[in-house]
Design a binder for this molecule. Structure first.
Ligand code: SF4
Length: 328
């Protein structure tokens, strides 16, 4: 079946993926492969903007690759590669930075957030982050970028940058990417308050053992108003219930929804059921991951092949870009 266009997305090499990464991005990456040509990039250069100690960058990239492949990325059709393996992206970044007003970058809310989060590391790369992101997208002539509503300003920035470039150099070389709205669920951590994240240590890793998973699940915060076992609960405000809806068979979800409200089921039992269902759902992923982990050469070869295919597209784009800019 003919594919509908090219999708691009980048994911940070944060090491082993957690449920938030999976439900927020990876699951959608896998599904998009059915209808689109997909280009997925592990953005190690982006990581340098906030990571000062790069000691684990290589290992973290490897772990993320294992997770992506085990989750169902099909490298024989999808281009999966590491950002720094395609150096053309940094060349395009530099060229695009010439058509980007500095004030526009420092005005972006995401930049202000980053400054708040990393006050001691406000580097030049952090300011130019959206330009590098734009280079990532347009280098591969991507038609679509799956983004959640909160990332829409970034994509709009990329579109404006493309328009500025094409206008400045009177060309149509770069394609304005369209937003492919993705319903990105906000997955809360085991604290039930903050978004699931490694830095907050409130995450559940996909590759954790069943016992580790069970222990994390049993720590999950439930309906904060439910103090005693005999108190009726409210599944609508309970993070465990939100995740039950993803991993638990429908009839059981319905039963929990009813029983929780009349204290017919306790939170301990409810969490035990969730841990069991989560472990069942993750079993094939974990088996595939273990198989891949035993073949590091194969994983490296997969990334090399992805980079080779990505470079071929990137170099063609750069030839057009250099000609448009009239670089001698
Ligand atoms: Fe949440 Fe389940 Fe407890 Fe209800 S019984 S509050 S859904 S953990």
């Amino acid at each position: 079946m003919a594919k509908k266009g090219r999708v691009f997305s980048g994911i940070r090499p944060t090491g082993r993926a957690h449920l938030g990464n999976y439900l927020g991005a990876i699951k959608n990456y896998v599904a998009l492969q059915d209808n689109y040509d997909c280009v997925y990039c592990i953005v190690d250069i982006h990581a340098l903007t906030t990571v000062e100690d790069t000691l684990n960058l290589k290992q973290n990239t490897h772990e993320m690759t294992l997770d992506l492949l085990a989750a169902g990325i099909r490298p024989e059709e999808t281009i999966l590669f590491v950002q720094s393996h395609v150096p053309q992206v940094t060349e395009l970044h530099t060229i695009l930075s010439m058509v980007t007003p500095l004030g526009k970058l420092t005005d972006l809310p995401t930049f202000k957030d980053m400054v708040r989060q990393h006050p001691n590391n406000v580097n030049y790369g952090l300011v130019g982050y959206p330009v590098l992101m734009t280079a990532d997208i347009v280098l591969y002539k991507s038609d679509l970028v799956p983004v959640g509503v909160d990332q829409a300003p970034h994509l709009e920035f990329a579109r404006e940058t493309v328009r500025s470039f094409n206008h400045r150099y009177q060309t149509k070389v770069l394609i304005e990417p369209q937003m492919k709205s993705a319903e990105v669920p906000k997955v809360l951590g085991i604290d039930g308050k903050e978004k699931m994240s490694k830095s907050l240590d409130n995450h559940i890793e996909l590759a954790a053992t069943p016992e580790e998973t069970r222990q994390r699940v049993m720590q999950m915060v439930t309906d904060p108003q439910r103090i005693k076992r005999s108190d009726p609960g409210n599944p609508d405000v309970c993070n465990v219930f939100t995740l039950h809806k993803v991993f638990t068979p429908k009839e059981d979800v319905e039963m929990i929804n009813v029983e929780c409200r009349k204290a017919g089921i306790g939170c301990v039992d409810c969490k035990k059921r969730f841990a069991e269902n989560l472990n069942i759902a993750l079993e094939p992923f974990r088996a595939k991951r273990a198989e891949l982990a035993a073949k590091p050469d194969l994983v490296a070869a997969t990334l090399n092949d992805g980079a080779r295919r990505a470079r071929a597209i990137a170099e063609k784009t750069m030839e057009e870009v250099r000609a448009a800019v009239q670089l001698p």
